[in-house]
Design a binder for this molecule. Structure first.
Ligand code: PLP
Length: 388
């Protein structure tokens, strides 16, 4: 990778933080299995417990209620299931209501059948439509089982902060369960599982400077639990057996500790940088549309449309200018698809949009470079328009 590249795709993944790297290098030197009773095993167990405390602190949860997984996608596929347990008794979840702007990891509905999943519409502001959720829940057929609602805390494309605590009130009124994807929220805003009144939070390590391939499901309590994810040796309280991803978990814990400690400073710093970026974009191209601009957003995300510039063309053009950004959600195949989020917000599906997301190492120089690229691309995109 060329040294002078500008990385502005932190919502896709964050580079490994120094804290995570150091902790992981230490973990690689520890020989023990956390399930062993000898000193080596106990050292590994202590390191996992420490990571669990740091991840719990990130969302003000009880460390006992953090279960490590291979990432947010796995955590979602575990918790989004009709098959629950209340103590030892089976409990059925009859229907899943997911917001139309959820990440595919959630929108796909986990282990629910297609007919058991309904979409909660989203307003043009980028906010989930709570009136529509209320109507959906009023119509819920409770003879089939309890309702489950999935509303993310921060959207990965627009950065818009969702009204989760208000959604929770509607869910409580019908005795349902609330699952919240907090992947893009932690490290950017303060998250408290009790204040949100969520039953489950989904987290991912690699969005906060931890390693890829590790995440967590955080529970509010242990009364209602999804059926066991992986049976075997009983690790992770029997919910997800298998020897732990030790360096991954340790790295996740260190990253969580660092972002939690630096939250206020990061938020203030990134907000200023993003304000500079957006002011510069408006000055260069007054017709630029910043999606969700009027709504409350996290400090690091700008999702924009430059009329006349398609997502594919724009992404390549920025890449050639040395700037890494993305066209919304990074899809697994590397294709640039139409943004489901924009469509859910009622925008023309043909509208191309690009996402700039900032992070720990973004500075004035990064923003300057991005604005120079933006200016050059904005100037060029008008030519084919006039010729047409
Ligand atoms: N949820 C959101 C909002 C995301 O942005 C992502 C990652 O792109 C995921 C879930 C999936 O996370 P993971 O890569 O850990 O499976």
């Amino acid at each position: 990778m060329a040294f002078d590249r500008v990385y502005l795709d932190w919502n896709a993944t964050a580079p490994l933080s120094g804290a995570a790297r150091e902790a992981m290098l230490g973990a690689l030197e520890l020989p023990g299995n956390a399930s062993s009773v000898h000193a080596e095993g106990r050292a590994a167990r202590a390191a996992i417990d420490k990571a669990r405390r740091h991840v719990a602190a990130l969302v003000s949860a009880d460390p006992q209620h953090v279960i490590f997984t291979s990432g947010a996608t796995e955590a979602a596929n575990w918790v989004l299931t009709p098959s629950f347990k209340m103590g030892r008794s089976p409990l059925t979840i009859g229907h899943l209501y997911v917001s139309a702007i959820e990440h595919p990891a959630i929108r796909e509905g986990g282990r629910f059948g297609r007919v058991q999943v309904s979409e909660i519409p989203v307003l043009p502001t980028g906010l989930v439509d709570l009136d529509a959720l209320k109507v959906l829940l009023e119509r819920h057929d409770s003879s089939a089982g309890l309702p489950m609602v999935a509303v993310m805390l921060v959207n990965n494309e627009t950065g818009v902060i969702q009204p989760v605590a208000e959604a929770a009130k509607l869910v409580r009124a019908v005795g349902g369960l609330l699952v919240v994807d907090a992947v893009q929220a932690v490290g950017r805003i303060a998250v408290d599982i009790t204040e949100l009144d969520a039953d489950f939070l989904i987290l991912s390590s690699h969005k906060i400077g931890g390693p890829k391939g590790v995440g967590a499901l955080v529970m509010r309590g242990e009364v209602m639990m999804p059926s066991v994810l992986v049976r075997g040796g009983g690790q992770e309280k029997g919910h997800r057996s298998g020897t732990e991803n030790f360096p991954g978990i340790v790295g996740f814990g260190a990253a969580a500790e660092a972002v939690n400690r630096d939250l206020d400073l990061t938020r203030e710093r990134l907000l200023q940088l993003r304000q500079r970026l957006e002011a510069g974009m408006h000055a260069v191209a007054p017709d630029v549309i910043i999606h969700g601009e009027g709504s409350e957003r996290v400090c690091n995300t700008t999702f924009f449309t430059l009329p006349g510039l398609k997502s594919e063309t724009g992404q390549i053009a920025f890449d050639l200018e040395g700037v890494a950004l993305s066209a919304g959600s990074a899809c697994s195949s590397g294709r640039v698809g139409q943004s489901q989020v924009l469509m859910a917000m009622g925008q023309d599906p043909a509208t191309g949009a690009l996402r700039i997301s900032l992070g720990a190492t973004t500075d004035d120089n990064t923003i300057e470079r991005a604005l120079i690229a933006f200016q050059r691309i904005a100037a060029r995109r008008k030519m084919p328009e006039r010729a047409a």
